[in-house]
Design a protein around this ligand. Structure first.
Ligand SMILES: NC(=O)c1ccc[n+]([C@@H]2O[C@H](COP(=O)([O-])OP(=O)(O)OC[C@H]3O[C@@H](n4cnc5c(N)ncnc54)[C@H](OP(=O)(O)O)[C@@H]3O)[C@@H](O)[C@H]2O)c1
Length: 252
């Protein structure tokens, strides 16, 4: 159940990548509940259209765009589609990401390596560049990049993912400098959230880890990221840029 928020996003347009499910879908529904119109995008149009119907049921406008964010030309097409439909983007959330598993680092071939960097770093870079510049030209805007605590606590099972997300942290500060004071650029660094990503986890091992090393003793629910994103997107965060907000239940 999506709760109404005290932050008012009426009249704003939010483009959220990877919003067909997981954290992206939760933010899409949360921003819509707060009054925003939403560009819902992932690789799968059907899944995006289902989220569009949920948003329209909340009384907001939404559009679905299929886009593989690791492909430069598809990012360009996504931006064009959003500006053609809504005439502006007030909030860009670079949320799409993936963390494929492997047995040993030597098993990571060039294709897998490239695909991890393409989705987690290249796509966010292109959309920050493209939509960020349009926001500067339009005189305002906010960008939120979704990183990961893997970027500061890299485990052996996520070497390429951790490196790509560390790039997202660095890129956030650089774009904040590039686009300030007109556009604010911040980063949310999630820890363990129970989404499709967690389906690959050994849940017995995770339960033990939560007991021993997570202050909140559990994984997060997707809805628990929404208020942080709304805050960063709002004028309440008017002096916050280049910042990273860790949301991991106090994981060590
Ligand atoms: N869940 C966690 O524990 C956790 C922890 C730290 C960081 N994060 C980060 O939080 C973000 C959201 O994660 P999540 O847990 O919500 O993941 P998720 O449930 O697996 O959802 C991922 C979303 O990204 C989309 N996506 C995947 N590859 C894409 C591509 N090439 N182009 C465009 N869209 C793509 C997926 O849709 P399609 O398959 O339809 O493309 C889906 O909408 C990611 O950046 C992730 O790295 C998550």
């Amino acid at each position: 159940m999506t709760k109404p928020h005290i932050i008012d996003m009426s009249g704003k347009v939010a483009l959220i990548t990877g919003s067909s499910r997981g954290l992206g879908r939760a933010m899409a529904l949360g921003f819509a509940s707060a009054g925003a119109d939403i560009v819902v995008t992932s690789r799968k149009l059907d899944a995006c259209q289902a989220v569009v119907r949920e948003i329209e049921a909340l009384g907001r406008r939404a559009m679905a765009v299929d886009c593989h964010v690791g492909r430069w030309d598809e990012c360009d097409r996504l931006a064009d589609a959003a500006y053609t439909r809504f005439g502006k983007v007030d909030v860009l959330i670079n949320n799409a990401g993936k963390s494929p598993t492997y047995d040993r680092p030597v098993d990571i071939d060039q294709r897998l390596y490239d695909s991890v960097f393409d989705v987690n770093l290249k796509g966010p870079f292109r959309l920050c560049s493209l939509i960020g510049q349009r926001m500067v030209d339009d005189g305002s805007g906010v960008i939120i990049n979704i990183s990961s605590t893997a970027s500061i606590r890299p485990r052996k099972s996520v070497i390429t993912y951790a490196a790509a997300k560390a790039g997202v942290n660095a890129m956030t500060e650089a774009f904040a400098n590039a686009y300030g004071p007109t556009v604010r650029v911040n980063c949310i660094m999630p820890g363990p959230f129970l989404t499709d990503i967690s389906k690959a986890w050994d849940m017995d091992a995770f339960a033990q880890r939560a007991k021993d090393a997570i202050a909140m003793k559990r994984g997060g629910q997707p809805e628990e990221i929404v208020a942080a994103a709304l805050y960063l997107a709002s004028d309440h965060a008017s002096f916050t840029t280049g910042a990273t907000l860790r949301i991991d239940g106090g994981a060590q």
